[in-house]
Design a protein around this ligand. Structure first.
Ligand code: ADP
Ligand code: MG
Length: 693
């Protein structure tokens, strides 16, 4: 036998009394195998035993905690497979009947004449009350005020978990596991870990629960944020990038180039450019995210950075998530760089072998300044001469792992500066978490003269009116998108629904007009041919699945009809709508839906009310809840047990400030009191993250 009462955080649960292999297996079903797992298994609710109620004043439906005597021998009644135990309880002359179903042993447990405390919900029966299935304990045995209620699994009872937790709390020396230095705790008015763990399970009052949750939530966020900051720092310390700076000649060239643009940059675009220039000049690798709503003009900002990089003698690569987008960026950039002498190339899966060979040679020699493409640019065979800048567009389509690996193909002994651009606005507080390893620039302002897209919902009965509106647009030489939803992973069915809409429109409604169908099953070549015709105005109506979701730019397209709009998420609808409203004419977006689902209706209404992606992002987070918002997991972040990323904005900001402050004072966490933090931070990051620590 082990002598020790001492247990460790990683001790298996079987070290606790009453937990054998069978029970341990049940605990494992809840994901609990160590003492630490158990203590971080938080109650989903509490029974409030802190007051004692008088039966005289009981109300129907009220949760009661009553001290009462068992007055007579309880009775047992059998009704088929059901056993019912009834006990008459007395309290100062008042009477209540306690009823338990299928727990015949209770009859023998209750002692006549003993005083117990019963906890259950009152149910009025005529002049009397029943208590159904009340929990009870001998009055003298009660040493808590609130009792935890845990999520259960078949075969495991509240009692099993409570006993285990109580034993673990008693025997583990929690004080030794405190990660936070006392000064930090004091500054942030936090209780100790020991207090928090005791009180999250067995609080003495509601306030204790809040205090404990605040502390444990602080840990969840703070350790993660520290980790992300350290990853960023290590990354920067490890990887040196070329210092891309401006001499007067390059400055002149850039100024001249800006003069050739058909518009003036907005203040936000100028700010973004200033951020980039500052970053590129550093030897430290840039790691920046530009967040800008659809149509906010991110491309020209990227173009500026790539021109600057090229004129300083380095190559850039610009990556898009789809070949359609890559091609479009290639077109756009070719126009933007018209008389600059910069040499661009496009590399996608559709590029022919001979052409590819030529591009690879140009990249290796350094004659190509800027490469635009899809993932194809990341393949090992692609060797650069001196890659200085790597830009990823529409970043949310690339996973976090890809983001992490982007820089590994330097092609030189330095590391390219990294810039990611996202058109999916994320509320600032959430961005602090999801992009905690990046610096963030926001482009909020849209170029002047943009007319917001008028957005309406419509039902099937309105369809002929919608078709009339479509006809009018076509008569004015404008173009229309009709978007069909993805149906749960089944591209077969997607195609079917899109094909159905296409047949209907091309044969029945608009036989005279040019209608085309675009979907994911087409070859890259077929897709780009269609997009090209659409761009040239040769197609009136483009029926499409969500392949056009991101980035496509055709200012002549001024109307969009979205079928089964309830099937799309809010962010996705906003992205789709961003394909129109790109010119001076007022655009129209019609959301077709028959849904009666409240949340879906709220999403559609939100879109009708605003064109501001940041406002919609907040709304989305509110409607969906943070768990589903983009899927925190998808972003490769560890889970949160306490923190609600939507509701706990204050805490996110507080922990963020605390992390900044601590790292400013002690950048490498070498001070004696801070050293213990590192292992805790590493552990917080281990879900999906390969900690670079
Ligand atoms: P996004 O941020 O969605 O990538 P784009 O870079 O595609 O946006 O820009 C959308 C449109 O706005 C393009 O047609 C672009 O030429 C135009 N644009 C960009 N900046 C400005 C500006 N400062 N003034 C006017 N139009 C602009
Ligand atoms: Mg774009």
């Amino acid at each position: 036998m082990m002598s020790g009462n001492a247990i460790e955080r990683y001790s298996p649960l079987s070290i606790l009394p009453g937990i054998g292999t069978k029970k341990a297996a049940l605990f494992a079903k809840l994901g609990l195998s160590t003492i630490q797992d158990l203590l971080y298994f938080f109650p989903r609710d509490y029974e409030d035993w802190s007051e004692r109620h008088s039966l005289q004043e009981a109300l129907d439906g009220q949760w009661l905690t009553v001290e009462a005597t068992v007055a007579r021998e309880p009775t047992v009644q059998r009704k088929g497979r059901l056993t019912i135990v009834r006990a008459r309880l007395e309290q100062e002359g008042a009477v209540v009947t306690a009823i338990w179903f299928n727990q015949p042993w209770i009859k023998d447990q209750l002692q006549i004449g003993e005083v117990y405390v019963f906890h259950g919900q009152a149910e009025r029966k005529g002049r009397f009350f029943n208590l159904q299935n009340p929990a009870y304990l001998l009055k003298d045995k009660i040493d808590f005020l609130f009792r935890p209620i845990y999520p259960l699994t078949q075969g495991l009872t509240q009692r099993d978990i409570r006993l285990a937790v109580t034993a673990a709390l008693k025997r583990l020396r929690i004080g030794e596991l405190e990660p936070l230095p006392a000064s930090l705790r004091k500054e942030n008015k936090l209780c100790t870990l020991e207090y928090a763990l005791q009180n999250i399970h067995y609080p003495n009052n509601r306030h204790d629960i809040l205090v404990s949750r605040e502390r444990l939530g602080f840990d969840e966020l703070f350790l993660l944020q520290m980790g992300l900051r350290l990853i960023k720092k290590r990354h920067q310390d490890k990887h040196l990038s070329p210092q891309i700076s401006l001499d007067a000649k390059i400055e002149d060239k850039l100024q001249n180039w800006l003069q050739t643009l058909p518009f003036q940059l907005t203040a936000d675009q100028n700010q973004a450019i200033a951020d980039l220039r500052r970053d590129l000049e550093q030897e430290k690798s840039m790691n920046r995210l530009i967040q800008g709503d659809v149509g906010s003009g991110k491309t020209v900002v990227a173009a500026y950075a790539m021109a600057l990089t090229a004129w300083s003698g380095y190559q850039s690569v610009f990556m898009a998530p789809t070949s359609i987008l890559a091609e479009q960026h290639y077109e756009t950039l070719s126009t933007l760089y018209a008389n600059t002498g910069l040499n661009l190339a496009l590399l996608t899966g559709a590029v022919k072998k001979s052409e590819r060979t030529a591009i690879l040679a140009g990249l290796a020699k350094g004659t190509i300044n800027i490469l635009i493409g899809t993932h194809a640019v990341l393949e090992e065979t692609v060797k650069y001469n001196n890659l200085g800048l790597c830009i990823t567009d529409e970043q949310h389509r690339f996973g976090v792992d890809q983001r992490a690996s982007l820089g590994d193909f330097s092609g030189n002994d330095f590391f390219p500066h990294m810039l990611v651009m996202s058109a999916t606005p994320i509320p600032r507080t959430l961005a602090l978490i999801i992009y905690g390893d990046l610096d963030i620039t926001m482009i909020r302002e849209k170029p002047p003269g943009r007319v917001p897209v008028a957005t309406y919902t419509a039902r099937e009965k309105d369809r002929s009116r919608v078709e009339k509106l479509m006809r009018r647009r076509i008569e004015q030489n404008e173009q229309i998108y009709v978007v069909c939803p993805m149906i749960e992973d089944s591209s077969e069915q997607d195609l079917e629904s899109a094909t159905g809409v296409y047949n209907y429109l091309s044969q029945t409604v608009f036989p005279e007009q040019k209608v085309a169908l675009l979907h994911g099953r087409l070859t890259a070549k077929a897709k780009s041919t269609i997009m090209e015709s659409f761009g040239q105005g040769k197609i009136d109506i483009l029926v499409t699945t969500t392949v056009i979701e991101v980035g496509v730019d055709n200012p002549q397209a001024t109307m969009m009809v979205i079928e089964n709009a309830e099937r799309f998420g809010l962010a996705q609808l906003h992205q789709l709508r961003g394909r129109i409203g790109r010119g001076e004419k007022e655009s129209l977006c019609v959301l077709m839906s028959e849904t009666t689902d409240t949340k879906a209706r709220q999403r559609l209404t939100a879109l009708c009310l605003t064109n501001d992606g940041f406002v919609l992002a907040e709304e989305d987070l509110k409607l969906r809840g943070p768990g589903e918002f983009f899927g925190i997991r998808q972003h490769g972040l560890p889970e949160f047990k306490i923190v609600n990323l939507y509701e706990d904005k204050e805490l996110i900001l507080k922990t963020s400030r605390a992390a900044d402050k601590l790292l400013q004072e002690d950048p490498d966490l070498t001070a004696v009191e801070n050293r213990r933090l590192l292992p805790f931070i590493k552990r917080r990051l281990t879900t999906n993250w390969e900690p670079v620590l």
